[in-house]
Design a protein around this ligand. Structure first.
Ligand code: PNS
Length: 161
């Protein structure tokens, strides 16, 4: 059975992420959504909030598990005994960074391979940053994120003032 990790910041999870989660979960035995909890970037949503939102939007996917991680992704892979890292590629602009990351991870742990899924066309433009931008100006989020987390995003934006 292949156990894979789909890592990311998920600040917040978008329909593009969910599309990759759905498709990857049909391909592997178990998919762990790994939510990054590193100190570097200051996310809008806390690690608990990001994990909760992901749990909510993946609750109908029995082979998907949501976990937070800190430190190196390859160490998290070792810890969870995952052998595959899944990443979505939206456009050529993602490629340099993704390739660099995949090759670094492979140097750090040759037992783990990165597999890329081409993002579905309808989500090729979408990112968590876009979602936050649209939300901050009160725009309609229904095309961008799962319906059940829209209220939570609105509330967070309001709290931020
Ligand atoms: O959603 P993102 O922010 O594009 O995800 C980036 C992520 C979490 C996959 C990446 O930053 C990561 O794996 N961070 C953990 C630290 C690490 O292992 N770095 C070495 C790879 S270059």
């Amino acid at each position: 059975m292949i156990r894979a990790i789909y890592p990311g910041s998920f600040d917040p999870v978008t329909l593009g992420h969910l599309d990759i989660i759905n498709r990857a979960s049909r391909t592997v035995g178990e998919l762990i959504v790994g939510v990054l909890n590193n100190g570097g970037k200051t996310p809008l949503f806390s690690i608990e909030e990001r994990v909760n939102m992901l749990n909510e939007v993946t609750r109908d996917l029995p082979n998907v598990k949501v976990m937070s991680f800190s430190g190196l992704l390859v160490d998290f892979a070792r810890h969870t005994q995952a052998t595959v890292i899944v990443r979505g590629l939206r456009a050529i602009s993602d490629f340099d960074y993704e390739l660099q990351m995949a090759q670094t991870n492979r140097k750090l742990n040759p037992d783990v391979d990165t597999m890329f899924l081409a993002t579905s066309l309808e989500y090729a433009y979408l990112s968590s940053t876009t979602v936050k931008e649209v939300a901050s100006f009160g725009g309609d989020l229904r095309e961008f994120v799962p319906e059940c987390i829209i209220g939570e995003i609105r509330q967070k934006i309001q709290e931020q003032g």
